[in-house]
Design a protein around this ligand. Structure first.
Ligand code: NDP
Length: 293
C-alpha cells in the first residue's frame, strides 16, 4: 500500500513503453516487502538534466536508465561507481539527500546469472560477438571472471578495436584479439573457444530466424553458449548450438539479476532470490513477452 513514506523509483528512457522494468521491480517490491513504488517515464535527451534534478528535488529513491541515456546521464550526476567510471555508462542512479550516484549493474547481472556455470570461465577462451554497450559490460565481467583469452567479433572493426583497447588497459584482460564477422576464420575461432557470447541484437524478435553465427558446424558439446537476447527465449543461435550438443543460456536471468542488483544498491541490503522465486519471475516476464516455451 502506498503511504507518505513510500519511496518512488522509475525507469527513464526513450522509448520505455515496452520496458519490462516496472513488472520486474514491482515483483521485487512485493517479494521483499519494500515500501516502494516503481514507474516508467519517457524522457527525451533535452530533459535529462531536469529529470535528474527532479530526482533530487522530489527526493525520489532512484532511477534505472535505459536507451538512449546510459552514457549522456553521467554529465548530470554527482558521483560514479568504479565500474561506471571504467565503462562510461550507467543504468542505475541512487539519490541520497540530493546527492546522485551512478552505478552499472549489467556486469553483476551477467555474472550472477551464470550460477554454477561461472566456474567454466576461469582460464577459458571466450568469443564475444558484438562491441556495443552490452559487450562492454560483458568484457568487463570477463576480466572479473579471469578468463584467459577474449576474441571480439564485430561488424564494425573500429568499435571492436576500441573495446579491445579498453579490455587490455582497463578491464584487467591480458589477451584480446579482434576479428571481422565476415572472415572465414570464424569456424577456427569457434572450435578453439570454450565459451561463445552473443551481445548483438541479431536474432531478437521479430527477426527470430537470424543468427550471429549462421554456420554453427564448429560448435560442439564442449561449448557453453550464452545469448544476451531474451526474446525469443531460445534464439536461433542458441537453438543451433543446443542441436550441436552445447549447453546454452538466454539473457533473461541477466535481466532479472541486473534488476536485483539495482534493488540492493537502492535499499542497501543484500536481497537474494531462491530457485523457485527465479522460476516464478521468469514465468511472469515470459508471459509478458508472449514467450510460451
Ligand atoms: P548496441 O546498439 O550498443 O550494440 C549493438 C551491437 O550489435 C553492435 O556490436 C552492432 O555491431 C551489433 N549489430 C547490430 N545489428 C547487427 C547486424 N545486423 N549484424 C551484425 N551485428 C549487428 O546495443 P546493446 O549492446 O545495448 O544491446 C545489444 C543486445 O543485447 C540487445 O538485443 C539487447 O536487448 C541485449 N541486452 C540484454 C541485456 C540483458 O540483461 N539480457 C542487457 C543489455 C542488452 P556494429 O558495432 O557493427 O554496429
Amino acid at each position: 500500500m502506498i503511504n507518505s513514506q513510500t519511496k518512488i523509483f522509475a525507469v527513464i528512457g526513450q522509448p520505455v513503453r515496452h520496458s519490462l522494468s516496472p513488472i520486474l521491480h514491482d515483483w521485487f517490491i512485493k517479494k521483499f516487502k519494500l515500501n516502494a513504488a516503481y514507474a516508467a517515464f519517457e524522457v527525451d535527451a533535452g530533459n535529462l538534466e531536469q529529470a535528474v534534478n527532479g530526482l533530487r528535488s522530489l527526493g525520489l529513491g532512484g532511477f534505472n536508465v535505459t536507451i538512449p541515456h546510459k552514457e549522456s546521464i553521467l554529465q548530470f550526476v554527482d558521483d560514479t561507481s568504479d565500474s561506471v567510471a571504467l565503462l562510461g555508462a550507467a543504468n542505475t542512479l541512487k539519490n541520497k539527500d540530493g546527492f546522485v550516484k551512478a552505478f552499472g549493474t549489467d556486469p553483476f547481472g551477467f555474472v550472477e546469472s551464470l550460477g554454477e556455470e561461472a566456474a567454466r570461465f576461469n582460464g577459458a577462451r571466450v568469443v564475444v560477438f558484438g562491441a556495443g554497450g552490452s559487450a562492454k559490460s560483458i568484457v568487463y565481467a570477463l576480466g572479473k571472471l579471469q578468463v584467459h583469452y577474449v576474441c571480439i567479433v564485430n561488424r564494425s572493426r573500429a568499435r571492436a578495436e576500441s573495446l579491445a583497447g579498453a579490455a587490455l588497459e582497463k578491464y584487467g584482460l591480458h589477451q584480446v584479439s579482434v576479428f571481422d564477422a565476415s572472415k572465414n576464420i570464424l569456424n577456427d575461432l569457434v572450435s578453439e573457444a570454450d565459451i561463445l557470447i552473443n551481445t548483438t541484437s541479431v536474432g531478437m524478435h521479430p527477426l527470430i530466424n537470424e543468427s550471429i553465427l549462421p554456420d554453427s558446424s564448429a560448435i560442439s558439446k564442449k561449448h557453453f553458449v550464452y545469448d544476451l537476447v531474451y526474446n525469443p527465449g531460445l534464439t536461433k543461435f542458441l537453438a543451433d548450438a543446443r542441436l550441436r550438443g552445447a549447453k546454452v543460456q538466454s539473457g533473461l536471468d541477466m535481466l532479472i539479476f541486473q534488476g536485483l542488483e539495482s534493488v540492493r544498491i537502492w535499499h542497501g541490503e543484500h536481497f537474494e532470490i531462491g530457485k523457485d522465486e527465479l522460476k516464478e519471475i521468469r514465468k511472469i516476464l515470459k508471459t509478458e513477452l508472449g514467450i510460451n516455451e
